[in-house]
Design a protein around this ligand. Structure first.
Ligand SMILES: Cc1cc2nc3c(=O)[nH]c(=O)nc-3n(C[C@H](O)[C@H](O)[C@H](O)COP(=O)(O)O)c2cc1C
Length: 204
């Protein structure tokens, strides 16, 4: 990259777009590159490479959102999610992010001075992969939103979720990134706190 401008333009343009259709922007083969590259090249503590993903397209994507009834959510949370489930089903695909607990546990044992930090580092590594993919897909023209339906749904939901998706043992679900052809008419204008509250410069 010659300058950071193209990257910053992508960072600034990224939004949460909840209403999308399944009109294709990238075909299945073309989609694999941004998904695999962003996850592969995103950093992880000690290069532990703990992030994993399942890419749902076509029927697998539709089934996920049409048939998975979230359990163990509070009443308000459930209502909010249920309103949005048809929007998610209407989109082109979902990337479900996981962290491989076996990898994290190995590293936790190996670097004992940091052992209490590994769960945080695992979450952070996953978040870095998520934001890189989110930004990359929106740069391709997709509308994208980040969901935590499975991770929020609690223990009762997990066996059903793991069996339906054949999730390898030890993969812990983190988040779902839903993407499609943007079809949102009422995107809220985003507000920002003052930069002076956000950071300061110390050049001394
Ligand atoms: C850690 C994290 C968790 C989030 N979880 C959800 C979620 O479960 N559902 C959702 O619709 N948006 C979720 N979001 C998106 C935020 O609500 C959104 O990024 C924020 O309101 C700013 O709007 P923007 O994405 O349009 O810039 C999450 C964002 C972050 C960083």
């Amino acid at each position: 990259m010659a300058t950071s401008q193209a990257f910053l333009d992508g960072v600034k343009a990224r939004r949460s777009i909840h209403q999308n259709t399944d009109k294709e922007i990238l075909g299945q083969d073309e989609l694999i590159t941004p998904v695999s590259d962003t996850i592969k090249y995103s950093p992880s503590a000690f290069n532990s490479q703990s992030s994993r993903a399942i890419i749902l397209l076509g029927k697998a994507h539709k089934n996920y959102w049409n048939e998975f009834v979230p359990q163990n959510l509070g009443e308000n949370q459930l209502k909010a999610v249920q309103k949005r489930l048809p929007w998610f089903a209407a989109a082109q695909g979902t990337v479900i992010f996981f962290e491989d607990k076996k990898v994290i546990d190995e590293y936790r044992g190996g670097a004992s001075a940091f052992s209490h930090l590994w769960d945080d580092w695992s979450n952070q590594a996953s978040g870095m992969a998520q934001i890189n993919l989110w930004t990359a897909l929106e740069a391709e023209g997709y509308g994208v939103n980040l969901q935590h339906v499975a991770p929020m749904a609690g223990e009762g939901f997990k066996p059903m979720f793991n069996a339906a998706l054949k999730v390898p043992s030890g993969w812990i679900v983190q988040a779902e990134l839903v993407f499609g052809y943007p079809d949102q008419k009422d995107l809220k204008v985003k507000t920002f706190i003052e930069d002076s509250e956000r950071f300061r410069v110390d050049g001394a």
